[in-house]
Design a protein around this ligand. Structure first.
Ligand SMILES: [Zn+2]
Length: 466
């Protein structure tokens, strides 16, 4: 299994630190608004990575934080005269609603900065004690010149960064070097605060991920992931913090997803082409959003347009119809088929699917394998394959769809009138046998007025709620 490591700019074989286990950290959103389609991409992509590791038999510990202390949250709270806690609680709830809709599994833990303050302060203290950080008037900075490997992830050269930054006018006199970043900032009126060895205040953004990764996953983790916009400075700074504080490598593999474009333009609030997941979900089902995201390779830019969404909706429909038809077929299939049944034919699709996923999670090719399986199943449904063989098709179909998190079964809504519907269908079948077509048609109309569509197949009648 190969994955592309941003740290080495190469596809590498995946080798876990501990046999059979994957420890994975994914940066989560800052919760001051609904999540946007750009946030949805890492949610879906890395959930799929996790599902594939689980499919391969790994035990995955998956951590995704919520940033619940931040300037934007404080501003929102002040604007609407509420509290930071009220704003972040509300949008954490909304983010989880969207994640559930996208069929993203809950993380093993979803830590929040406000609940991890002791660890955050503890790590800053370690950095100060080791000489990697310094305090100036209540602010604690990370001294980037002290960390020899600063720039190794983003392939930026510290001297060049320093030179570039010195040309800018907004020089912060309190810092030793222009590239130094804030670990702790002093209290300002109207802001939340915590006690620390450097006085009351709150942490900078980067330190939270280092502190949480250490607490939940240990000093060295297998995979650290996030959007490519986080490579610099956020992930670069996480490496500087964690490796200096722990004296060990931080993450073995760094995975980054590409941007989402809107109608071939970069998404931005100022350009007005900015969509929340909730807005898109009002137009297309959540599962189509997920399927759309997986239709491109996670490292490539992904272009969002209504045409593409529509075509993804149609594609997903084909997969879901196959599921419905196959289920129905299995319920009515003969015990013994009349065609040659070769299980290896089904296995071929699994091999094709895994080959795609083993190559840096090529979900687009994995979806192509599922489409081919769908064609194979549809062909067999027309012939008389045995119940047993159809069940084997179903097992593989479900297993592969589950890795991508698509084709989530609708909640079984077996209700009281299901029995009534089935009774009507039986009466209609009898009427047709008796050649009482007027009665058969009137039953069909009655069902239709109840919102039930029926479909005659060679293996009995299928019905759907529309
Ligand atoms: Zn982070």
């Amino acid at each position: 299994m190969k994955l592309y490591n941003t740290l080495t700019r190469k596809k590498e074989d995946f080798e876990p630190i501990e046999e059979g286990k994957v420890r994975m950290y994914v940066c989560g959103p800052t919760v001051y608004n609904y999540i946007h389609i750009g946030n949805a991409r890492p949610y879906v992509v890395f959930d799929t990575v996790r599902r594939y590791f689980e499919y391969k038999g790994y035990d995955v510990t998956y951590i995704q934080n919520f940033t619940d202390v931040d300037d934007k949250i404080i501003k929102k709270a002040n604007d609407e005269n509420s509290s930071m806690k009220e704003v972040s609680n509300r949008f954490i709830k909304e983010a989880l609603t969207d994640a559930d809709g996208l069929n993203v599994k809950r993380a093993t833990h979803h830590p929040r900065v406000t609940e991890e303050m002791n660890n955050v302060i503890g790590m800053i203290k370690t950095l100060v004690d080791k000489g990697y950080a310094y305090e100036n008037d209540g602010t604690v900075y990370y001294d980037t010149k002290k960390f020899d490997e600063y720039g190794k992830l983003s392939k930026k050269n510290l001297d060049e960064l320093l030179e570039g930054a010195s040309e800018r006018v907004d020089k912060d006199e309190a810092k030793k070097n222009t590239t130094d970043f804030v670990l702790w900032k002093p209290y300002k009126p109207g802001e939340p605060k915590w006690d620390s060895p450097w006085g009351e205040g709150r942490p900078g953004w980067h330190i939270e991920c280092s502190a949480m990764a250490k607490k939940y996953l240990g000093d060295t983790i297998d995979i650290h992931a996030g959007g490519e916009d986080l490579i610099f400075p956020h992930h670069e700074n996480e490496i500087a913090q964690s490796e200096a504080a722990n004296g060990k490598p931080f993450a073995k593999y760094w995975l980054h997803n590409g941007f989402i474009m809107i109608d071939n333009e970069k998404m931005s609030k100022s350009a007005g082409n900015f969509f929340t997941v909730r807005e898109i979900a009002a137009e297309f089902p959540y599962e189509v959003i997920r399927f759309f995201i997986l239709n491109g390779h996670y490292r490539s830019p992904l272009n969002f347009s209504r045409e593409l969404m529509q075509s993804c909706q149609n594609g997903l429909e084909r997969i879901k119809n196959c599921n419905t038809d196959l289920k129905h077929y299995i319920n009515n299939a003969p015990e013994n088929g009349t065609v040659d049944e070769n299980t290896e034919e089904i296995t071929q699709f699994v091999i094709q699917f895994e080959k795609a996923m083993d190559d840096d999670f090529n979900t687009a090719d994995a979806i192509a394998a599922i489409y081919e399986l769908v064609r194979f199943i549809n062909k067999n449904n027309k012939n008389n394959v045995s119940k047993q063989f159809a069940q084997k098709e179903m097992d593989v179909f479900e297993k592969l769809c589950n890795v991508l998190g698509i084709n989530k079964e609708k909640e079984e809504t077996k209700s009281d009138d299901d029995e009534a519907i089935e009774k009507l269908i039986a009466e209609r079948t009898q009427a047709k046998k008796d050649k009482d077509f007027a009665k058969a048609d009137s039953i069909r109309d009655k069902l239709s007025s109840m919102g039930i569509t029926i479909k005659d197949t060679r293996h009995g009648v299928q019905w759907f709620r529309s």
